[in-house]
Design a protein around this ligand. Structure first.
Ligand SMILES: *[C@@H]1O[C@H](CO)[C@@H](O)[C@H](O)[C@H]1NC(C)=O
Length: 221
């Protein structure tokens, strides 16, 4: 009996950790409120509002940039995730000045962070891969696609491992950072957003635009 109780106690201790790390596939049919919350904040040239994040009902999660604004939307996972593969399939708005991104972020000014940011800057599409450890930018790499990220859905993946962090676009390895002493070490929240940073100096949207996401998944390593 004592042996059984011990095993049970061990399991109870392990369980919250296991849950926080567990793999998921979100097909974006609904907004899954057990996985994420919608953020509200002001930064850069506008704000992100929970009102702007809504499922289409047809398998797409829309992050709206309402006409006449520099506002967008953001989702933040409730759990934090460590080593594994985070990927999402999304289409970005065809609008200069907006960053559409998928990232892992610990949530403080001295945080670990791994970013994939897609934006149109001075007529050129760029996808920036950036890594912070304890609030310090350790590495950044810009990839310039010859295709248009606003023309359709593309798959963006962060493969976060202890030995290296690899960035894939549509299944192709585009950049890799393998310097373990400079890599994040903490579990982080999964976030996706579309917003107007000050440095891109974008104009307000002349018509309503969307970042559209049709799948988000995390596979624990
Ligand atoms: C939300 O995600 C969790 C974890 O994958 C899943 O078990 C649950 O069924 C999802 N809920 C909805 C409404 O899709």
């Amino acid at each position: 009996m004592a042996k059984f109780l011990n095993a049970f106690a061990a399991l109870a201790v392990l369980l919250p950790f296991t849950q926080a790390q567990s793999s998921f596939i979100d097909d974006c049919t609904t907004f899954n409120s057990s996985l994420y919350t919608k953020a509200n904040w002001a930064a850069g040239l506008g704000s992100v509002s929970s009102n702007n994040v809504n499922p289409s009902g047809g398998g797409v999660l829309n992050f709206e940039i309402p006409a006449g604004t520099r506002n967008g939307g953001e989702i933040v996972s409730k759990a934090q995730y460590s080593y594994g593969q985070l990927e999402a399939q999304f289409k970005v708005p065809n609008l200069p000045g907006v960053i559409s991104s998928i990232f892992l972020y610990q949530g403080t000014s001295t945080s670990d962070e791994i970013d994939v940011e897609v934006y149109l800057n001075q007529g050129k599409w760029e996808i920036a891969f950036t890594i912070y450890r304890l609030g310090i930018k350790e590495w950044s790499h810009g990839y310039f696609p010859t295709w248009d990220p606003s023309a359709g859905y593309n798959n963006y993946m962060i493969d976060y491992q202890e030995a290296a962090i690899s960035f894939y676009v549509n299944g192709v390895l585009e950049a890799q950072f393998h310097t373990p002493p400079q890599q994040p070490i903490h579990a982080m929240n999964i976030q996706l957003n579309t917003w107007f940073p000050a440095w891109l100096n974008g104009a307000a949207a002349s018509s309503t635009q969307f970042m559209q996401v049709n799948q988000i998944s995390y596979t624990q390593s």
